[in-house]
Write a protein that binds this ligand. Structure first.
Ligand code: NAD
Length: 248
């Protein structure tokens, strides 16, 4: 990570009137949550079809077994890392307006970020597929699968979107508005391959935003959408970036 690039990024953020962050699975890797793709990704172990919405309705027990293992026995124990904390700190200092996240792990909120638009929903909440009652994880027993609604006995599903489901309308609208308003967008730990989320940085760029990308390796955006590429682990780069923002 070049020193002059991080200084340039820090200056841009300090001078920007509207900075947003767009985050993906990579920001949570150092919290112990693997991404979906790549050699160590979840899809090397699990079949993605178990998270297709049609499969879920036809085979709820099978789907729920995988959901339990990935999202509750494993993800559930993760805590925020330095990269999440730095975003919360930037918001507190008035230097970051919003976080648009593709993640469903709730770690931005746990780190203290308040304005978080969850493009793909949240795994810490459960919703009844029939009466729309919403529950926190822990409120419902998961001893017998599939999980059923205590009010109507119908199927309960985690409140994140499955393959084949639409993006939550509110998050979608807010994310687009943030992208349009951004003078600077920090894009952290995403391949930007998942659509339509991957369009967010492109939309921000086409509305005049400067794109600062943080990633361990180049992504789809690097080189043509990205203006400043800060290569490295999210926690290390974000810590360094914060130091540069507050010292200058
Ligand atoms: P992805 O799996 O496609 O890509 C992850 C990106 O993070 C890669 O570009 C990789 O180089 C980078 N990366 C890995 N470790 C990093 C680190 N320590 N620091 C910086 N960068 C790092 O992720 P995606 O683009 O977010 O798409 C995957 C989809 O899967 C998303 O839509 C998301 O909803 C979902 N997902 C969420 C979680 C979560 O909630 N934590 C985890 C897995 C997948």
């Amino acid at each position: 990570m070049a020193d002059d690039q991080i200084k340039k990024a820090a200056t841009l953020i300090r001078e920007s009137k509207y900075t947003s962050a767009f985050t993906g699975a990579g920001i949570s890797v150092e919290s112990g949550i693997p991404p979906f793709r790549g050699e160590e990704g979840l899809w090397s172990k699990y079949d993605p079809k178990t998270l297709e919405i049609d499969f879920f309705y036809r085979n709820p027990k099978e789907s729920w077994k995988v959901i339990m293992e990935i999202f509750y026995e494993f993800f559930g124990k993760a805590t925020p890392n330095r990269a999440h904390e730095v975003l919360a700190e930037l918001e507190k200092r008035g230097l970051l307006k919003s976080v648009i996240t593709q993640n469903i792990d709730n770690l931005h909120q746990e780190a203290g970020s308040r304005v978080v638009y969850e493009f793909h929903g949240n795994s810490k909440k459960l919703v009844c597929t029939f009466c729309n009652a919403v529950y926190s994880v822990g409120e419902l027993s998961m001893d017998v699968l599939p999980v059923r609604c205590p009010k109507c006995n119908m199927l309960v599903k985690p409140d994140f979107i499955f393959f084949g489901e639409a993006i939550p309308q509110d998050a979608y609208n807010h994310a687009l508005e943030a992208a349009r308003n951004s003078q600077v967008m920090l894009v952290i730990g995403t391949t930007a391959e998942v659509m339509p989320a991957g369009q967010i940085p492109i939309m921000a760029k086409s509305n005049g935003a400067t794109i600062i990308e943080v990633n361990r390796e180049p992504s789809n955006l690097t080189g043509h959408i990205t203006d400043i590429f800060l290569q490295g682990k999210a926690s290390v780069v974000m810590d360094e970036l914060l130091k540069n923002i507050i010292k200058t």
